[in-house]
Design a protein around this ligand. Sequence first.
Ligand code: PGA
Length: 249
Amino acid sequence: MRIRVIAANWKMYKTPDQTRAFFREFLPLVAQHTRDEIVVCPSFLDLPAALESANGSNVAIGAQNVHWKEEGAFTGETSVKQLLAYDIHYVIIGHSERRQYFGETDDTVNLRLKTALEGGLTPICCVGEVLEEREAGATEDVLRRQCVRAFHAISVKKAAKLIIAYEPVWAIGTGKTATPEIAAEAHAVIRQEAGRIFGEEFAAHLRILYGGSVKPENASALMAQEEIDGALVGGASLDPKSFAAIVKY
Ligand code: PGA
């Protein structure tokens, strides 16, 4: 049995006041919810407001990125140690927007992932093909390559907390969701690759989330797939009612 994770990726939205307002409305809506893990990943400057608001609740707070060095001259970056100082344990790594706009590569994803796992964080590592890759029939190859490179030189013991998010880039923020069947097929490829690298037992416990235009209207059909172990939600996580409806799929 894999406990599902429903995670919000707020990207570069909301101020601290808006963050507090979100939690005031959201927390009562999910207060009784114990079935799934709920995680909200605001932008860095909203983390203190989110942590304060969610304190003592069933909602965990995560960051949207982390650097691989312990500290140093890396302007604009944040370390594992800094996240842990705030008691933040979840972190998104390798989101397609980082790959697309900020020069993130399979190799830097690997470095970030390795450091996050070594530091005891729970990384949500994103993989997914772009439209041209899907249309060229290269989806499976792309997913296998992203997994092989992301997991490079990470031991199965270190990888225990790893969570993967399958996010087809053509479905992010576009309103185009992968059908539950397309998503499940991609998840199966990722699980198989994880099994090849880390072993079958690891793969059987690995949680693979789906991300890309998840909405209250499509969440239950996606979650009905046994392969899908939760969701990483962008746009629809910004509104408390809509994110609560997804949590309760
Ligand atoms: P979306 O974003 O739900 O707005 O498509 C998902 C994501 O980028 O994680």
